[in-house]
Design a protein around this ligand. Structure first.
Ligand code: ATP
Length: 243
């Protein structure tokens, strides 16, 4: 479904942020990417929907190459939904409009079909009844669920999450994680950058550990948590897991 082949990226001639990263994410697989701050996790997933360009290497999504000048980026970004730490909703549009605009402009859906889909998804993420409000009138947890619903409205083949709960107050984290858990259980292909190791244990098929721009480990969550293979992963886990 998603394939990274020897991806390298330099932000400047002296700073290589991604070093020979290769990764295959199968259909329906949930991969959690973790690692220390600055290790390149956000950059890696942004490359998957071409929000960042790779310097060399290839990325394929559902058989189509992302890393070619010929890539159809609007179509790619509809197929691969992305949810950011900072929600990135359109603040001047109602929740309903946030969910409809991409469906109408990119997918060419009729107004009626877009509204029906939006309402169905708002119901699914537990915020039916808020459709007429503006993002600023909702809590952070509600805004993030809107962002997930907006991505799902495009019928994506995969979803990318970049620290989706990092900006939320603790009591709102679970309401967002619950939506992500149900998506995972329904078979959505997902790549999730997160420090929520409880989520990782519960739904990740695989954990990818990054450090210094490299994919240092890629293992099932059982193996990764019980028997990390490298000192770097052990040091990371000892900092973030309760003792
Ligand atoms: N546009 C950019 N130009 C130059 N350097 C950048 C840019 N974006 C990120 N970086 C640097 O690249 C490195 C990796 O950043 P990235 O955000 O991918 O890491 P991360 O592992 O997601 O970190 P965090 O967990 O703190 O979000 C960092 O040192 C960051 O400062």
């Amino acid at each position: 479904m998603i394939e990274l082949q020897s991806v390298n990226k330099w932000y400047s001639p002296t700073f290589q942020v991604l070093k020979n990263c290769s990764l295959t994410v199968g259909k329906g697989e949930v991969v959690v990417v973790c690692g220390p701050s600055g290790s390149g996790k956000s950059t890696l997933i942004k490359c998957i929907n071409a929000l960042e360009a790779v310097s060399d290497g290839r990325i394929l999504v559902a058989g189509a190459e992302v890393t070619t000048p010929k890539a159809d980026l609007p179509a790619l970004r509809a197929r691969v939904g992305m949810v950011f730490q900072s929600f990135e909703l359109f603040s001047h549009m109602t929740i309903l409009e946030n969910l409809c605009i991409g469906q109408e402009k990119v997918l060419g859906r009729s107004r009626e079909a877009a509204i029906a889909k939006a309402n169905q998804l708002l119901e699914r993420v537990g915020i039916a009844g808020q459709a007429g409000k503006y993002p600023g009138q909702l809590s952070g947890g509600q805004q993030q669920r809107v962002a997930i619903a907006r991505a799902l409205a495009m019928d994506p083949v995969a979803m990318l999450f970049d620290e989706p709960t990092s900006a939320l107050d603790p009591e709102m984290i679970n309401e967002v994680l619950d939506v992500m858990v149900s998506l995972a259980q329904e078979g959505m292909t997902m790549v999730v950058v997160t420090h929520e190791m409880g989520f990782a244990r519960k739904v990740a098929d695989r954990i990818v550990f990054m450090d210094g721009g490299e994919i240092v480990e890629s293992a099932t969550s059982e193996t990764f948590f019980a028997a990390p293979q490298t000192d770097r992963a052990r040091a990371f886990l000892s900092k973030i897991l309760p003792h």
